[in-house]
Design a protein around this ligand. Structure first.
Ligand SMILES: [Zn+2]
Length: 373
């Protein structure tokens, strides 16, 4: 589990139970050399990356000093950065995770103008409500500060203490209208609670009233862990299937109907949902209990969701664009994990499409969803 140059300290058992974006470190050197050969013109530094992770030092220090989300710890004494333990991984967070100046250089090299910053594990919802609210505020304030320091390079996604609707709404009231904040980040499950849980409705209502999109991201505990103990499967399969399960709850659990103006972006090219939607819709048609679970056919929701480009397959990305529509797909990288893209534009350029459609995926769709000028 890296970003540039950090060391990874995982036992094999730790790694196999990993539920985050992490992956092996070995290929990094060759990937970085290849990235260094890519020289975008200044005009090509125009893409908006809507899936880019950021670990502010203030957030890490708070977890180290006061404790954090259940099961996670931070040690500030290690080098070249703090060590994060939890979710089955022990990760040294080198400056690539938290140094914004280094990040801007990396963005320039990859032809990326804007990062929509987001937290990955640990998110604040795994802490007790009051502590989760404190951690969410620390993260959100750091994102606001990043935007103020580099206003044309960084915007961000609001993190929330989702165990308490009242505290989550309070935090949305506090930061939801900040210029930096262009989306709200949600785990695909909330410590095992599903996204259709009625206790979340006041939060959805507030997000809808703020006209912010929700961006989903897998978070431990992902689905099926008991059968995913080998081959890095919590990451390779658990993460995208947790997204797929979350979609089923959003659709059949009525969230998308109760909040008809809510926009939701699905990470990792939608997980398995774009491929399985036909089967899910068949169930909707023939299983009596499902007939009235959602107001519209599943295919209608498929075209309502948004998706990033993190498929790692040009064929799969082409299928997604053809299926959901070129206006629903936007560039993502999973920065700075090595399960992401070092050169996120590349897979888009492999698709046969007009320059206008390519620009929609590079920046036009994200500009619309995030309401950027
Ligand atoms: Zn990610």
């Amino acid at each position: 589990m890296r970003c540039g140059g950090n060391r990874l300290y995982l036992t094999r058992r730790d790694f196999l139970s990993l539920g985050s974006c992490a992956a092996a470190v070995a290929p990094l050197r060759s990937r970085r050399v290849a990235a260094a050969q890519f020289r975008p013109s200044s005009a090509e530094i125009n893409a908006i990356d809507i899936h880019a992770h950021y670990f502010p030092m203030e957030y890490l220090k708070s977890i180290a000093n006061k404790g954090g989300p259940e099961g996670f710890n931070v040690d500030l004494t290690t080098s070249p950065g703090p060590t994060l333990t939890g979710g089955g991984a022990v990760t040294v967070l080198d400056p690539t995770y938290w140094d914004l100046e280094r990040r801007v250089h990396a963005m320039d090299a990859a032809g990326i103008k804007v990062h929509a910053l987001s937290l990955t594990m640990p998110m604040p919802h795994l802490a007790p409500p009051d502590r989760g609210a404190e951690l969410a505020a620390i993260y959100n304030d750091a994102v606001v500060a990043a935007h103020r320091r580099f206003p044309d390079r960084f915007v961000g996604c609001v993190s929330l203490p989702l165990k308490s609707a009242a505290l989550a709404v309070k935090e949305l009231d506090r930061v939801g209208k900040q210029n930096a904040m262009r989306a709200v980040y949600f785990p695909t499950n909330i410590g095992g609670k599903e996204l259709s849980d009625p206790s979340l409705d006041p939060i959805y209502d507030k997000i809808q009233s703020l006209n912010l999109p929700i961006m989903l991201h897998p978070h431990p505990p992902v689905v099926g862990l008991s059968r995913l103990q080998k081959f890095y499967l919590p990451n390779l399969l658990g993460n995208p299937f947790d997204t797929t399960v979350a979609v089923a709850y959003l659709v059949f659990g009525g969230v998308m109907d109760r909040f008809p103006n809510l926009d939701v972006l699905l990470p990792h090219a939608g997980g398995a949902f774009p491929y399985l939607y036909g089967r899910v819709q068949r169930g909707q048609e023939v299983i009596p209990d499902l007939k009235n679970a959602a107001k519209a056919p599943v295919a209608a929701y498929l075209k309502r969701f948004y998706y990033d480009t993190i498929s790692h397959s040009a064929e799969a990305l082409k299928y997604l664009v053809d299926l959901a529509g070129v206006d629903r797909v936007m560039l993502g990288s999973d920065y700075c994990f090595n399960m992401g893209y070092e050169r996120p534009r590349e897979i888009v350029t492999k698709l046969s499409m007009s320059a206008g459609d390519r620009d929609r995926i590079f920046f036009g769709n994200a500009r619309r969803l995030l309401k950027l000028a």
